[in-house]
Design a protein. Structure first.
Lengths: 475, 227, 223
């Protein structure tokens, strides 16, 4: 079914994909709130270890695993996949196919994640970072993922234009590579575990792969689409975009030994990772060059994406600097690593996904967001929360790192020195939780408003102005 | 990018290459690491952990202790690990070959536990650890759910905790560690990697001094080494 | 179309259609030079940056990877050369471990004083501090019958077992081990005699071959 070539912003591509994608996005936002509650619990336990200690389901180690799983596999996965599918559909020019599979897949994936989190709570966590969900939850997730990804691959292979755009590459790379990463990690760590410290190597390869080959591409697919769409101008330095893409994919996977500096492994594992993190600076530069248009623009989506791109670029720089052994000496094993993780996952990926959600949902529902106040409120509080969280954790980690290397300072003193910063971090988690509640409520109200009217009735005023044609200026 | 198949092959190759180099490569090097047999002690190191200790490691893993404790000692000139008495040498791959699920850990909210059983001047014993797990401390959460409070049937249990004053249970009742608590403590008390493998000995000072320098310095020539 | 000056935060207007977005960027990818046929400065700088990163990465990798050897855990290290001996442990340390491994300390005690009237002492013993020929034979082949140590007779019932690789030995220690433990006892507890080398032990072992334990008279006949 072809779409008549109009300049209409909302077409059958959006209306047909409405309910499956809104289902995924709604699920994502609910998981974000769940992850926010769990992260708040974790943050409180860092400065007040007795919090919820009598409940084995909330013991600190399990709470950390649950928070991480809910955030990455609940929120980021659902939102990233939904936006990736939507963008692939729009760029393909045809309505998405296999949407029933997407719905089945979404349920399977989310049930799998829920089983995983419950499994962690009752004591079946695997103890591998970003792969904490027990073995029995993982096959269901893999099957669900495949069902969702099929639609994306079909949208790409059935596209109307011959050429592809950066969002295509990043989205397809994410869709294609994750199942391989996931099943390889399951084979090496869960089903037939490798021996001794090799588990750490395999787990490191997987965790870095999840970041560089899955989450970062999903976020970049969204950013690369929304920025030119909103600004109306072609991306600057775009002729380097393919190089930036391939640098991420080829080199990103080699950063596996990133957190194994000084560990019980031959030196080459960590050295390889340090070199790879440095080479990734090229990719970071290309992203900064390409997406700098986000910083000039107005509108909700661009503001989120600008923050996200800034955090991603800064995070990439920080990652390269802290990979070196002389810096890792201080930052390793401290809250600083957590701060970097939050910068990347929350500041980078999540903010870009928020921008994508703010851009996509009106096009999916056919009407603007329900409340401008909530939109502005979410934006201000989430920025405040992220900045506060990253800064306080980084400060705590820096102090902790220096204190750890001074054998005269006892752990009681380290706890005392870092306590104020950890309290600030808890405050930040509280702010973030309330911010994301605002978003969830706004989302529910926006979708609800759309729900009451039938499929074909348009809102009172046509919300979308017809879009212009983009010029190919090489700027 | 137009050629779909080449694109997918390129993506897969990128992933497979990194997996092959990092995972398979290190597997080739370390996958068949054998224990080191010491003639003078007529024993091989590391020793296999007891069944109770091995189960204890799984309890450690499912409680997520690795979120605050590491089990890897860094080498002498890299941080304060050895000065803090966490180990007399750095941890090497051979230390972990018999562990079902090595818990290297990624954060040091609490101390490193690699050599908990050989801490100087005195290592903790079973009673110390059980008490810490039951009561917690200002720095350490309590794990009271690993213990059972029950009525004393006949005589006190041999493993019942000896608690005093405010912590002691009511008269006629005792606090008994569960199987999980006992295996966890057995695991913690089996943590001892003091054997000095050839690969774990630190570099001679002369070689280390020659190479010491900024990490970014290109091609620091090691005249002594390269012959 | 640029973004309006007062955007509604609840909705973002699109600046371009999807088709034109695709077409515009396709065109950009097709360009390599600008209209005048010159290369632009920006790509060159980026290229240099990339090459600089590769150069840095390569030199860092060659300096700090220990040549990808599995035995190098310190990034400043080099792989051990083939045939080079591993840093040898101190023979006294090895000897001390052997002594205390329930081999010698059960009878001669950890403090080397033995049990009066039952097991002879090693501290200050003339047999330990004196002739190496006699001492090595005692440990290699064992001793039987009465032995007088520091003026006290020790009965035949306290047999000194054979530790060397001889028939009837429960220990079958190598010459290196015997040399190590002898070096230890000759320098511990106030003793201050020279070390014993594995070569000395091997020479005596070769000379005597397999034989049963020595008696005091046989030992005293030796130099």
């Amino acid at each position: 079914m072809t779409i008549a070539s109009t300049n209409a912003e909302v077409t059958a591509i959006d209306t047909q994909a409405r309910w499956p994608l809104l289902l995924m996005l709604g699920g994502a936002l609910k998981w974000l709130v769940v992850a926010g509650v769990l992260s708040l619990i974790v943050s409180i336990q860092l400065h007040s270890p007795a919090f919820l200690a009598e409940y084995s389901v909330f013991t600190h180690g399990r709470a950390v695993a649950m928070a991480e799983t809910a955030f990455v596999y609940g929120w980021a996965a659902n939102a990233g996949l939904a936006l990736a599918l939507w963008i692939l559909g729009r760029l393909g020019g045809e309505p998405l196919r296999a949407l029933n599979w997407v719905v089945v897949g979404t349920y399977a994936w989310n049930i799998g994640v829920a089983i995983g989190i419950v499994g962690i709570a009752i004591g079946d966590a695997t103890s591998f970072s970003l792969l904490q969900m027990p073995g029995y939850a993982q096959p269901l997730m893999l099957v669900g993922y495949a069902a969702i990804a099929v639609s994306g691959i079909l949208a790409w292979s059935g596209r109307r234009t011959d050429g592809t755009f950066a969002s295509h590459w990043y989205a397809i790379a994410a869709l294609f590579l994750f199942p391989w990463l996931f099943s390889a990690a399951q084979a090496m760590l869960v089903w037939t575990p490798v021996r001794g410290v090799l588990q750490a190597v395999a787990a490191g390869w997987f965790a870095q792969g999840v970041w560089t080959l899955w989450l970062a591409p999903l976020a970049l697919a969204v950013a690369y689409y929304v920025v030119p769409k909103v600004t109306g101008r072609a991306l600057s330095g775009y002729d380097f975009a393919p190089h930036g893409f391939w640098t991420l994919i080829v080199i990103g996977a080699w950063t596996g030994g990133r957190h194994l500096v000084g560990g019980p492994l031959p030196a080459w594992v960590a050295t390889l990772a340090i070199v790879s993190c440095t080479l990734l600076l090229f990719h970071t530069l290309v992203v900064a060059l390409n997406l700098r248009g986000a910083f000039g623009g107005g509108g909700t989506a661009l503001k989120f994406i600008a923050f996200g791109v800034g955090a991603y670029v800064f995070g990439g720089l920080l990652d390269a600097v802290t990979a070196f052994r002389s810096v890792a000496l201080v930052t390793q094993f401290t809250h600083f690593t957590t701060a970097q993780q939050q910068l990347a996952l929350y500041g980078g990926v999540s903010m870009i996904l928020f921008g994508g959600i703010y851009f996509a949902v009106p096009r999916l529902t056919g009407r603007p967001w329900a409340s401008a106040a909530f939109v502005a409120g979410h934006r201000v509080t989430v920025v405040l929360g992220i900045v506060l969280l990253v800064v306080s954790l980084a400060a705590a980690g820096w102090i902790q790192g220096h204190d750890l290397n001074n054998p005269k300072i006892s752990f009681a003193d380290i706890a005392l020195h870092t306590r104020p910063w950890l309290l600030l971090a808890t405050a930040a988690q509280l702010i973030l939780l309330s911010a994301n509640l605002l978003l969830l409520v706004n989302f529910v109200r926006s979708v609800g408003a759309c729900c009451c009217c039938g499929e074909e009735t348009a809102p009172a005023e046509a919300p979308f102005r017809p879009a212009a044609t983009m010029e190919a200026h090489a700027s | 990018m137009k050629n779909g198949l080449v694109f997918f092959v390129g993506l897969f190759a990128a992933l497979a290459l990194s997996w092959g180099a990092i995972v398979l490569g290190s597997h080739r090097q370390l996958g068949a690491l054998a224990p080191f047999y010491d003639d003078s002690e007529s024993a091989s190191f590391p020793a296999r952990p007891t069944g109770l200790a091995a189960r204890g490691q799984l309890v450690y893993a499912d409680l997520g202790c690795a979120s605050c404790h590491t089990q890897q000692v860094r080498r002498p000139d890299f941080g304060g690990d050895q000065a803090r008495g966490w180990g007399e040498r750095q941890s090497v791959a051979r230390d972990y070959i018999f562990q079902l699920r090595p818990q290297l850990g990624g954060a040091r909210v609490g101390p490193d536990l690699t050599n908990l059983a050989s801490r100087k001047p005195s290592a903790p014993d079973t009673d110390d650890l059980l008490k810490l797990l039951y009561t917690g401390s200002p720095l350490h959460p309590a794990y009271a759910f690993l213990f059972e409070e029950r009525a004393i049937a006949g005589e006190r249990s041999a493993v019942a905790l000896k608690l005093t004053a405010g912590l002691a249970p009511a008269a006629g009742r005792e606090i008994v560690p569960t199987e999980r608590a006992l295996s966890l403590v057995a695991f913690l008390l089996s943590l001892n990697t003091s054997y000095d493998y050839p690969e774990s000995r630190p570099l001679p000072k002369a070689a280390a001094k020659k190479d010491a320098g900024h990490g970014a310095a290109p091609a620091a020539k090691k005249e002594g080494e390269k012959k | 179309m640029s973004t309006p000056s007062n955007p509604d935060p609840r909705i973002d207007q699109a600046g371009a259609t999807d088709e034109s977005l695709l077409a515009a960027h396709e065109k950009l990818l097709g360009q390599h030079k600008d209209e005048k046929g010159h290369y632009r400065l920006q790509p060159l700088a980026v290229l240099f940056f990339f090459c600089g990163l590769i150069l840095f990465g390569g030199t860092y990798l060659s300096s700090y990877s220990g040549l990808f050897d599995a035995r190098v855990f310190d990034e400043h290290g080099q792989p051990p050369k083939a045939g080079a001996p591993v840093a040898k442990l101190d023979p006294r340390e090895v000897g001390k471990k052997l002594f205390n491994n329930a081999a010698c300390n059960t009878c001669h005690q950890v403090n080397g004083l033995g049990t009066p009237g039952v097991f002879p002492p090693l501290a200050g013993s003339e047999w330990v501090l004196g002739s190496e020929e006699r001492l090595i034979r005692i440990v290699l082949f064992g001793a039987q019958g009465t032995l007088k140590v520091k003026g006290v007779d020790y009965p035949p019932t306290s047999q000194m077992p054979a530790f060397g690789k001889v028939p009837g030995s429960g220990y079958n220690w190598t010459d290196e081990k015997i040399a190590a433990v002898l070096t230890y006892i000759r320098s511990e507890w106030g003793n201050n005699a020279s070390a014993i080398t594995p070569e000395q032990v091997a020479a005596i072992h070769a000379k005597e071959g397999d034989r049963k334990s020595y008696t005091q008279d046989e030992l005293l006949k030796l130099p």
